[in-house]
Ligand binder design. Structure first.
Ligand SMILES: O=C1O[C@H](COP(=O)(O)O)[C@@H](O)[C@H](O)[C@H]1O
Length: 225
């Protein structure tokens, strides 16, 4: 597994620097293609990166923004990744971007998979992906022990999968590993010594135990305490 590990003095510097890198990569993609797609995580880590990225000076009207994964909850829920995205990324200059949702009102993700994937397919491959990682080595909503883990890691996986896992409070929907790994530029955001050690321990483990390994090759890991 070959990835670049960047260690920052603090989270604020990481957020500014990472947002600048991503903005540069989106600009570069837009210089030679009509549209560029970016997938970003939810959870507790990416908010400050979104706060910096939303002000980036680039042609957001040609950018497709999607989540790497979503919890199957409405936007009114505090746990909605879409809500975080709308509040912290799809604002300021980035309000001009096109949002491709991973949630639609339905009891369970299964009923909406095809509809949601149909909108995402023309936007692929991703120009940029930003991923998070849980302390259990999950990334996006590809969890160890999940019901559709093997399918999500398969090279011929569909774009989207529903996912239920012991480590997840609610049903999830996730981009598959090959869609995430197929991004031209891959970034992983990790805070704190516990997750740094977890990432280190993931080295050499099979992707079934450490799903994050499925996307690490060629990625840049951005870390701050
Ligand atoms: O549930 C999720 O968790 C991961 C990690 O989140 P964090 O709060 O530990 O940063 C996140 O990357 C994913 O998008 C989210 O749905």
């Amino acid at each position: 597994m070959n990835y670049d590990f960047r260690d920052y003095p603090d989270r604020e510097m990481l957020a500014m620097d990472l947002a600048n890198q991503i903005a540069g990569e989106l600009r570069a993609a837009l210089a030679h293609q009509e549209r560029a797609a970016i997938a970003v995580p939810g959870g507790t880590s990416p908010g400050p990166v979104f706060d910096a990225l939303c002000a980036a000076d680039l042609d957001w009207s040609r950018v497709d923004v999607m989540l790497t994964d979503e919890r199957w909850v409405p936007e009114t829920s505090e746990r909605s990744n879409t809500r975080l995205l709308r509040e912290r990324l799809l604002t300021d200059r980035a309000a001009a971007a096109r949002f491709l949702p991973l949630y639609a009102e339905a009891e369970a993700p299964e009923g909406k998979l095809e509809e949601l994937a149909a909108d995402i397919e023309p936007a692929l491959p991703l120009a940029v992906v930003l991923l998070g990682m849980g302390a259990d080595m999950h990334t996006a909503s590809i969890f160890p022990g999940a019901d559709k883990l093997e399918e999500a890691l398969a090279p011929n996986a569909p774009i989207l999968l529903p996912m239920r896992a012991p480590g997840a409070q609610e049903p999830r929907i996730t981009l598959s590993a090959h869609v995430l790994d197929g991004a031209l530029k891959k970034h992983v955001l990790v805070y704190g010594s516990e997750k740094r050690d977890v990432l280190h321990k993931a080295q050499g483990l099979p992707t079934s135990e450490a799903p994050v390994n499925a996307i690490l090759d060629g990625a840049v890991v951005h870390w701050a305490e």
